[in-house]
Design a protein around this ligand. Structure first.
Ligand SMILES: [Fe+2]
Length: 312
């Protein structure tokens, strides 16, 4: 079967992954079906509920005046601070009533094509486990706090909710052209680490920024990182780091702008013109960039995480 035939555009059907498309090899646990959805959300102990509450309180000290207003409104609408890890069933009902999205519990990592399929059907796959006290400040794999606190409030914004669905649909084409890394960069620089220009100033809407203690201040206030207006073609050619603060952030003017840049992009054409690797380093500022702030890159030049460099 050709790749194109294997990836029909009926987004309700789980796509069959053609053998010549590379994705990370993941072993499916026996308890989950082909949709990788857990039979039930985990039951959390009182200690785990307290971890959620403490993480929530810590973020609420940092985020007012730094998080996008859509995010803060979403937190409010879903009342994610009502105590303990939110129940996905109730959360889904509330979210469904607002934008038609649901939250489904999944193992830590799921295959790309399954992830895209859920997004294309307005289901957000959320990790089931919660970090421990020992990994309170920094975890490498996304947990339920990152996924639910970081991502779900933004899904209450109707335009952003549509963007996420379009992103899931774009995954089909990325697989067809074997360009999942390029589409991954777009997710990274928008959904995880995106900034938005609001009337009151620059704010963060990316879940990677909003769910941790250090990056909101660094992304918005430090002299080190570049802040560049989003250009989808350029971002999809840009490398990214997954284990440190970002050297470069991309800024949108509105969620409508983000939605249109994605929906109107001819991804087939874009993928045909892309090489298999990334063209631009994550520290680079290039000719075509519309630069809001050119960073000193001091933090990264001093060695970044683990070097003792101060994120300034
Ligand atoms: Fe995430």
């Amino acid at each position: 079967m050709s790749i194109a035939a294997g990836l029909a555009s009926d987004y309700r059907l789980l796509p069959e992954l053609p053998a010549d498309v590379f994705t990370a090899p993941l072993r499916r646990p026996a308890r989950v079906g082909e949709d990788w959805v857990e039979p039930a959300q985990r039951a959390y102990g009182a200690d785990e509920d307290r971890i959620w509450d403490d993480l929530f309180a810590r973020q609420m000290d940092i985020l007012p005046g730094r998080a996008a207003s859509a995010f803060l409104r979403g937190l409010d609408k879903l009342d994610l601070g009502r105590g303990g890890v939110p129940d996905f069933g109730r959360l889904s009902q509330e979210l469904d009533a607002l934008t038609g999205w649901r939250v489904v519990p999944v193992p830590m990592l799921i295959p790309d094509h399954v992830f895209f399929w859920h997004l294309a059907n307005r289901r957000f796959p959320a990790g089931n486990f919660i970090r421990t006290r020992e990994t309170f400040d920094y975890i490498e794999e996304p947990d339920v706090f990152h996924d639910v606190f970081g991502h779900v409030p933004m899904l209450t914004d109707p335009t952003y909710a549509d963007y996420m669905q379009e992103y899931g649909r774009a995954g089909w084409k990325a697989m067809r052209h074997n360009r999942l890394k390029a589409l991954g960069a777009l997710y990274w620089y928008t959904v995880e680490f995106g900034l938005i220009e609001e009337e009151a100033g620059l704010r963060a809407y990316g879940a990677g920024i909003l769910s941790g203690p250090a990056e909101a201040v660094f992304a918005l206030e430090a002299a080190s990182p570049n802040r560049i207006y989003l250009n989808v073609d350029r971002v999809m050619r840009t490398d990214y780091v997954i284990d440190d603060l970002q050297p470069t952030y991309f800024v949108i003017e509105s969620f409508r702008d983000l939605y249109h840049q994605t929906v109107e992009r001819d991804f087939d054409r874009l993928y045909r013109g892309l090489g298999p690797g990334f063209t631009y380093a994550n520290t680079a500022v290039i000719d075509i960039d519309n630069v809001l702030h050119r960073g000193t890159l001091e933090y990264h030049l001093r060695g970044g995480r683990g070097s003792g460099a101060v994120p300034v």
